[in-house]
Design a protein around this ligand. Structure first.
Ligand SMILES: [Zn+2]
Length: 196
């Protein structure tokens, strides 16, 4: 074993001891129940933003209901949408990475489907995945539907707007806690509605 490797191993063991001691002290000081509560709170926060997304809408916002299905002819979609949005929403295209203006959007608010204005995500669900596409840890319950996509060698899970069927992106299981999900969205398929 060379010197550098031995040093790294010793360092890791030392860190493990320190971390272990820290947890022991923390458990004795605040008790295990407190730590469990903190984890539950985090899960609850995500659940709240999923079901209570209205708190991220501006006052008096007139947003469509998911039950108000929007079905249009392809020619009408082509007229209503920009060419880039049409290619993603109606033809399952993918925008080039790092091109979306929503990547750096940090205001409180809602992310709506660019095809029909149905709210799909809240700002509390957004995180920086580093992939170049707007990414979310979860979505608004009932507003998104998924389907297996076999177009690439490895099957992926495609997702789309429940109201208009517009393609939004793909969901992966390498996202951050507590959901572990990464909803990888085309920015051109969304519009942002600020809460304030
Ligand atoms: Zn839609």
């Amino acid at each position: 074993m060379n010197k550098r490797r031995r040093f790294l191993l010793q360092g890791t063991a030392g860190l493990g001891l320190l971390t272990g001691a820290g947890i022991l002290v923390r458990a004795q000081t605040i008790g295990d129940d407190t730590m469990t509560d903190a984890d539950t709170d985090l899960d609850q926060t995500v659940a709240d933003t999923t079901s209570n997304w209205q708190q991220f809408a501006p006052a008096g916002a007139n947003l469509p209901a998911v039950s108000d299905t929007l079905e249009l002819d392809d020619t009408v979609w082509r007229e209503r949408l920009t060419p880039d949005a049409y290619r993603v929403l109606r033809k399952e295209g993918t925008e080039r990475a790092f091109t979306s203006t929503l990547l750096n959007e940090k205001q409180r608010g809602l992310y709506l489907c660019a095809g029909c204005e149905l709210p799909l995500f809240t700002s509390a669900m957004k995180f920086d995945s580093g992939t170049g596409w707007p990414s979310f840890t979860t979505m608004i319950d009932g507003h998104i539907e998924t389907r297996r996509d076999y177009r690439l060698f490895l099957p992926r899970t495609e997702y789309h707007c429940s109201r208009c069927g517009g393609h939004q992106g793909h969901v992966f299981d390498d996202g951050p806690a507590p959901t572990g999900q990464r909803w990888c969205n085309n920015g051109v398929a969304l519009t942002f509605l600020a809460a304030g």
